[in-house]
Design a binder for this molecule. Structure first.
Ligand code: NAG
Ligand code: NAG
Length: 509
C-alpha cells in the first residue's frame, strides 16, 4: 500500500517535471561557445581510433564536418537504453548519419541493441556521473510471466539507475523492478567531454540519466564545459532520490542553467520525438507541386476535349534486383512514357546510386520509411508513423530529392494527418498489379498457367479496371510486373487511346 502511494506521488511529481521541462524548452540551438579555445589534436585522434568506418552508406556520402583533423559532428547519447535515441537520431535528425555517436549505458544487457550501428562508440556498462570511480548500478530484472505491474502496467524497458528508491532496489517486484545490481565504472562526464571533444566540434548533448543529471550539470557549469556543447537535449527526473539534492537545490540548478542561457530541449526517445523535430523537418515540397497536401488522388484530370489520361507508377519494394529489372525494362521502352517510382526510405538509403540514376529520368515519390508486414502500417500509432515518414523524407533529402507524392500502404485518418504534416499528396492508384480488389489472382484463374497465358490475363484485368484512365501501378516485388511490363506498355502506347501523362499532369486540373 505504501509503495502504491509513493508511486502515485512520484507520478504526479514526474508530470510536473515534464511540464516544467517543456516550459524551459527553446526551439533553436544555443551557441555556448567561446571560439578562442585551441584544438586538442591528440584527443581527436584518440576518439577517431575508436570509430568504426564500415558504414557503406556513409562512406559514399560527402564527409561534411568529418574531415580528418577538422571539427567533427558528435552526439553524446547519455542514458542510451535500447538504442532508441540512436535510432531516432539516425532516422530523423538532419544530417544524422554524419555524426559520431557516443552512447553511455549502465545496463550491460542492452549492449546488443547497438551492434548494427557504425560510426558509433558504445560505453557499456558505464554510468555517467559527477566523478570517476566505481558505483553500484541497479538494473531491471529479466522478464518472467508473473513479474508484476509497474505503475499499474506490464512494462519492460531495460536500464536502471544509480539513484533508486529503497523498495525498488530491495525487491525485484517493486517500482521499476531494479532487482539486478552490478558494480560498474563511473565516468566524470564533464571531464570526459573536455578530454574527448573539442570546443570546435559540433556537439549535441543528450542527457537522460535517471537523477544523475544534477551532479553532472552542476560540475559542467562549474568547469565551463558548456563551451563544448552546441545543443542540449534531455530530461530531468525530479522525483528520484539523489543524496544531498533536495528539491530546492534542484530548482536552484535549473535557475542557474536558465540564467546562463543554457536551455534543455525535450528529448523523448520513447515517444519517438524531440521538441524541435517538426521545426528541423519543415516540409520542402516544391511550392508549385500540383494537388493539395493530405488530399488523396486516384484519378487523372481529363485533357480539355481530349482523351482520358493515364499515369503509370511503380511501387518499388525492397528487392533491388526485382526493382532494377522492372525499371530498366520500362526505361528501355520506345514510348519514353513518364513514370513515377514510389520508394521506401530504406531503399533510398541502401541504394542511393540507383535512386539518383532513376531520378534523372523519372518522378520519385515515397512510400514509408520501411515496409511493414502486410496490413500493419495503418495500425501503427501516430508516433511510429511520424518517425517513419520523417525518416522517408530525410533519406530523400540526402540524395537531393524533394518528393511531393506519397503512395501509402493503406489509408486511414492517421495516415492522412501524417502525410499532410509533410505536405505530401496521397496517391491511391486506380488499379494495381497485382489487383487488391475485385477479381484477385488465384491459382485457378491465373497462377496455374505458364507465362504465355498469364500475360494476356493480367493485362485484360488491368484494362478492364482503367477504362476511364487514372493511375496504374505495378508492384516490383511481384515478378510478373516485370514479365508483363513491355507488353503492357505496348498496349498502353499503341492501343489504349489514353493520353500517357506524368503524375504532375494527372493532378493538374
Ligand atoms: C574499480 O573496480 C575495478 C575492478 O574491480 C578496479 O580495478 C579499480 O581499481 C576500481 N577503481 C576505482 C577508482 O576504485
Ligand atoms: C475516380 O475513379 C473511380 C474509379 O474509376 C470512380 O469511381 C470515382 O468516381 C472517381 N473519382 C472522381 C473524384 O472522379
Amino acid at each position: 500500500m505504501r509503495i502504491t502511494n509513493v508511486r502515485a506521488r512520484t507520478l504526479v511529481i514526474n508530470l510536473i517535471g515534464v511540464v516544467v521541462g517543456y516550459s524551459l524548452c527553446l526551439l533553436q540551438s544555443v551557441d555556448y561557445k567561446n571560439a578562442s579555445v585551441p584544438l586538442h589534436q591528440e584527443k581527436i585522434e584518440e576518439v577517431q581510433r575508436h570509430i568504426s568506418s564500415d558504414d557503406h552508406v556513409r562512406s559514399r556520402r560527402p564527409q561534411g564536418l568529418q574531415n580528418l583533423g577538422g571539427p567533427r559532428k558528435i552526439l553524446l547519447d547519455c542514458g542510451a537504453n535500447v538504442a532508441s535515441t540512436v535510432q531516432l537520431f539516425r532516422e530523423t535528425y538532419p544530417g544524422g548519419t554524419d555524426y559520431i555517436i557516443h552512447s553511455f549505458e549502465l545496463d550491460a544487457r542492452l549492449a546488443p541493441y547497438f551492434a548494427s550501428y557504425s560510426n558509433h562508440v558504445l560505453h557499456c556498462p558505464v554510468a555517467v556521473a559527477g566523478k570517476d570511480g566505481n558505483i553500484t548500478a541497479y538494473t531491471e530484472s529479466a522478464w518472467f510471466p508473473d513479474k508484476g505491474l509497474v505503475h499499474g502496467n506490464d512494462r519492460l524497458w531495460g536500464g536502471g539507475g544509480i539513484f533508486v528508491h529503497d523498495e525498488e532496489r530491495d525487491d525485484a517486484k517493486a517500482g521499476r523492478q531494479l532487482g539486478v545490481r552490478n558494480v560498474i565504472p563511473m565516468v566524470d562526464l564533464s571531464k570526459w567531454i573536455q578530454e574527448n571533444t573539442t570546443p570546435e566540434d559540433y556537439v549535441i548533448f543528450k542527457l537522460d540519466v535517471e537523477g544523475a543529471e544534477y551532479e553532472i550539470l552542476e560540475k559542467m557549469i562549474k568547469e565551463g564545459t558548456f563551451k563544448w556543447i552546441d545543443k542540449f537535449y534531455g530530461e530531468f527526473h525530479g522525483s528520484l532520490p539523489v543524496p544531498n539534492w533536495p528539491i530546492e537545490r534542484r530548482l536552484e540548478l535549473k535557475s542557474t542553467l536558465a540564467s546562463l542561457g543554457i536551455k534543455q530541449i525535450d528529448w523523448a526517445a520513447q515517444n519517438k520525438r524531440y521538441h524541435d523535430m517538426e521545426l528541423l523537418q519543415k516540409s520542402d515540397v516544391p511550392f508549385d507541386a500540383p494537388g493539395v497536401a493530405g488530399d488523396v488522388y486516384s484519378n487523372c484530370s481529363r485533357s480539355p476535349g481530349g482523351p482520358a489520361r493515364l499515369a503509370l507508377t511503380v511501387q518499388v519494394g525492397m528487392n533491388r534486383k526485382a526493382a532494377h529489372k522492372l525499371v530498366e525494362t520500362i526505361r528501355a521502352h520506345r514510348s519514353n512514357m513518364p513514370v513515377t517510382l514510389f520508394v521506401y526510405g530504406d531503399f533510398v538509403q541502401e541504394h542511393p546510386d540507383l535512386i539518383t540514376k532513376w531520378a534523372d529520368r523519372y518522378t520519385i515519390g515515397i512510400r514509408e520509411g520501411a515496409p511493414f508486414p502486410a496490413g500493419h502500417w495503418v495500425l501503427q500509432n501516430i508516433k511510429v508513423m511520424r518517425m517513419s515518414m520523417v525518416s522517408a523524407v530525410q533519406r530523400m533529402r540526402e540524395v537531393g530529392l524533394q518528393p511531393a507524392y506519397y503512395c501509402p500502404d493503406g489509408l486511414s485518418e492517421r495516415v492522412r494527418e501524417i502525410a499532410k504534416a509533410r505536405e505530401l499528396r496521397l496517391i491511391q492508384p486506380t488499379t494495381s498489379f497485382p489487383p487488391t480488389v475485385g477479381t484477385l489472382l488465384t491459382e485457378d484463374n491465373y497462377y496455374q498457367y505458364m507465362d504465355v497465358f498469364r500475360n494476356p490475363r493480367a493485362i485484360r484485368i488491368l484494362h478492364e479496371r482503367i477504362s476511364n484512365g487514372g493511375i496504374l501501378s505495378l508492384d516490383s516485388d511481384h515478378l510478373d510486373s516485370y514479365m508483363i511490363s513491355a507488353f503492357l506498355m505496348d498496349y498502353l502506347y499503341e492501343n489504349s487511346g489514353f493520353e500517357l501523362v506524368s503524375l504532375d499532369t494527372c493532378l493538374k486540373s
